[in-house]
Design a protein around this ligand. Structure first.
Ligand SMILES: [Zn+2]
Ligand SMILES: [Zn+2]
Ligand SMILES: [Zn+2]
Length: 410
């Protein structure tokens, strides 16, 4: 297994407002692998395995395929080898996604069952529900007949522009790169369909476009090359894991060294220097009993190995639980996903409870008896918004979560 360099394109990593403990039990079940994971090698029994066991089992097999492909004696050529590695990575992402979807459906089923049971045991509530329904039906006459179905979308194609090595002195910031791109590309003259422009690290700028053919078209623009910029396929987000039960007093460096020497050193061909260089501590959270959680960004091959071979990670004397870290960053000013307040482009706050134009902490609506939550994000995207922003049942949240999984190199 080889170690890959960290991605040059990554979103801002900042400690998120949503604390890990706010992850609902349903969510943690989804991400966490079962504690009583007894027989890893057993044949697939889908009847009582949870999603995470299934995902972890699939990862094991995929990682075995990678091992076979990388076996010294293997006669597969390099192109096929990298194609297989690429495909196994995609399959892992798809399996994780399916697990999330199944889990959502299961929740829906349980809720429907509960409603049904309520109707059966309490006939009085039936008439009430019927009444509400007819009232809602009347209302619908003036409202759109059906709520548009929530559809998940794969992220649109994108490229990232970086200064070439020779011209790197001319582009010290990503703003300079953006300026040069905007001079080199004339969407209205050349028929470009640019969906989004985003500045990233290392003086990079991501251009998101409407479809794949736009990428080809962009790559053929001579003015971009002559401006000293090159276009690359973004490498995708590196996987993140959350290591729990770490002794609270342990320093980051000591933690990473222990993680390497006790869990990786004798098992993978990765040097300690490379591991330390390619692994980043993203967040820390103190918990009770002198322990803390550490969130790290880690090479995907190393993550695969740890998930496939370890129930817990060995950190000094502590066996530590670990889970995939699927945390979405949300801005507490505008309530959009994908950035934090420091980088918010909105001038005024929006409330996460009622979508009003005030800070969430100053909300007077939420204490009123007739209060009904309004989700800002869903309201913006014209989706059903009768829930609090950031709720685990929020359609926008689910779509963003799917996009996060799809854009990660698992
Ligand atoms: Zn914002
Ligand atoms: Zn409010
Ligand atoms: Zn919502």
């Amino acid at each position: 297994m080889t170690s890959r360099s960290p991605p040059s394109v990554t979103s801002k990593r900042l400690f998120c407002e949503i604390s890990p403990s706010s992850v609902s039990p349903d969510m943690s079940k989804r991400v966490q692998r079962s504690e009583s994971h007894e027989d890893h090698e057993s044949s697939l029994d889908t009847s009582n395995a949870n999603y995470c066991d299934l995902v972890s089992e699939a990862s094991t097999y995929l990682s075995k395929i990678n091992d076979l492909v990388n076996d010294q004696g293997s006669r597969i050529n390099i192109a096929n080898k990298s194609a297989i590695m690429d495909m196994t990575q995609r399959i892992t992402a798809i399996v994780s996604l399916l697990a999330i979807k199944s889990s959502c459906n299961e929740t829906k089923l349980v809720n429907t069952q509960r409603e049904l049971d309520l109707l059966k045991t309490n006939p009085a509530s039936e008439s009430r529900v019927k009444q509400t329904k007819s009232y809602a039906d009347k209302l619908k006459l003036r409202l759109p007949q059906a709520v548009p179905p929530v559809q998940s979308r794969a992220p649109l194609p994108c490229v990232v522009a970086y200064p070439t090595e020779e011209r790197s002195a001319d582009y010290v910031t990503s703003s300079a790169t953006k300026q040069a791109l905007m001079t080199a590309i004339k969407p209205s003259d050349d028929g470009f369909q640019i969906v989004g422009v985003k500045k990233v690290k290392k003086s990079g700028v991501i251009l998101r476009v409407a479809n794949e053919s736009q990428i080809k078209k962009l790559k053929s623009v001579e003015a971009i090359k002559s401006a000293g910029l090159r276009l690359e396929k973004p490498k995708g987000r590196q996987p993140r894991i959350l290591v729990k039960d770490v002794p609270a007093s342990m320093e980051d460096k000591t933690f990473l060294t222990a993680l390497y020497r006790q869990n990786i050193k004798d098992e993978l061909k990765v040097t300690e220097d490379d591991f330390i260089k390619n692994t980043r501590v993203i967040r820390r959270r103190m918990v009770n009993h002198g322990r803390k959680w550490i969130g790290i960004e880690i090479d995907s091959a190393i993550r695969q190995h740890l998930v496939a071979t370890k129930e817990k990670l060995f950190i000094d004397w502590a066996p530590c639980r670990f889970v995939d870290d699927l945390e979405l960053v949300r801005c507490n000013q505008c309530q959009e996903y994908g950035h934090v307040r420091k980088y918010c482009t909105h001038k005024t706050p929006t409330c996460a409870n009622c979508a009003g134009a005030h800070e969430t902490t100053d909300c007077l609506e939420k204490d009123k008896p007739e209060f009904k939550p309004v989700c800002v994000a869903c309201k913006r995207y014209k989706k059903p918004c009768d829930h609090r922003t950031g709720s685990q049942d929020c359609p926008t949240y689910k779509i963003k979560l799917e996009q996060l999984v799809l854009s990660t190199n698992y």
